[in-house]
Design a protein around this ligand. Structure first.
Ligand SMILES: C[S@@+](CC[C@H](N)C(=O)[O-])C[C@H]1O[C@@H](n2cnc3c(N)ncnc32)[C@H](O)[C@@H]1O
Length: 255
């Protein structure tokens, strides 16, 4: 599938549906039913630090870091509607962020060797050029700067992306509905529209980080306590959640 067309389709989705996602998937949360920043402490002390969020959405994670006295807040997103929301939300909370409307694949007006932290909460998987995006992110960071990102766990898509619709748990065995090795793009209906994504292997992320000059400090793939321990919930979704990671989160350092 053509890269430009994928980006165009996904951008259209986000411009038309930003309202549905206001404030979701934002720090301290890294993902649905996933351990949070309150437990992980990946950011440590951000006071006085320069931070850049890739795919900043409605700006809630930027506010979270503003509340922790980050010195400079920067956000990049492909959707002007998301950025309008972010600007308004941050303004209402007394913050000003430098917001850039661009794709992470093509972003240009971002200083290099500048940021202490670059991060992305459920954003990176939208890229149509993982290696190029990681290289750009590395260039924005100072030496030893930290890159943190979360995304859907690869296995979660292999066991189906919609456990409501399919019979995917049988006798407490999960059924693969997609090959782990298949990284091709697929269309997914959402609301009254469609998005286009691909499901990358864990090794694809790890090798792309290494090739971009990162050292991985941590990878987390832990569903939260409630998901793991609420044995009374016998729904397909809950049973899947007890057996299969839903999200993953990486913390890496620029060499
Ligand atoms: C799940 S949302 C992120 C939400 C964000 N963490 C928050 O706090 O609101 C994903 C975001 O990625 C953006 N996006 C999708 N494709 C992109 C691309 N190629 N480049 C930059 N942003 C993109 C969307 O516009 C959307 O705002």
């Amino acid at each position: 599938m053509d890269r430009e067309k994928i980006m165009e389709q996904n951008k259209r989705y986000w411009n038309e549906h930003a309202d549905f996602w206001f404030g979701t998937t934002a720090l301290p949360e890294y993902g649905v039913n996933f351990v949070t920043e309150d437990e992980l402490h990946f950011f440590q002390d951000v006071a006085g630090k320069k931070v850049l969020e890739i795919c900043c959405g409605s700006g809630h994670s930027l506010k979270y870091l503003g509340d922790r006295r980050a010195a400079e807040l920067w956000g990049l997103d492909i959707s002007h509607t998301q950025l309008d929301h972010a600007e308004e939300y941050l303004r209402q909370n007394g913050y000003h962020a430098k917001l850039l409307c661009a794709s992470m694949e093509e972003s240009t007006d971002i200083p290099t060797d500048y940021f202490d932290y670059v991060y992305s909460i459920y954003g990176i998987g939208w890229t149509t050029d993982l290696q190029g995006t990681f290289r750009k992110i590395a260039s924005y960071l100072k030496r030893n700067g930290i890159f943190i990102f979360s995304w859907h766990h690869t296995l979660n898509y292999c066991v189906s992306w919609s456990c409501e619709e399919r019979h995917i748990v049988e006798d407490d065995k999960l059924i693969f509905t997609r090959s782990y090795f298949d990284e091709s793009y697929f269309k997914m209906p959402v609301h009254d529209s469609e998005i286009i994504l691909c499901n990358r292997k864990i090794s694809t992320y790890i090798n792309a980080l290494a090739d971009a000059g990162f050292v991985i400090e941590r990878m987390v793939e832990q569903n939260d306590k409630e998901t793991m321990e609420n044995l009374e919930d016998g729904s397909t979704k809950a049973r899947k959640g007890r057996m299969c990671p839903i999200s993953m989160c990486f913390k890496a350092r620029k060499r």
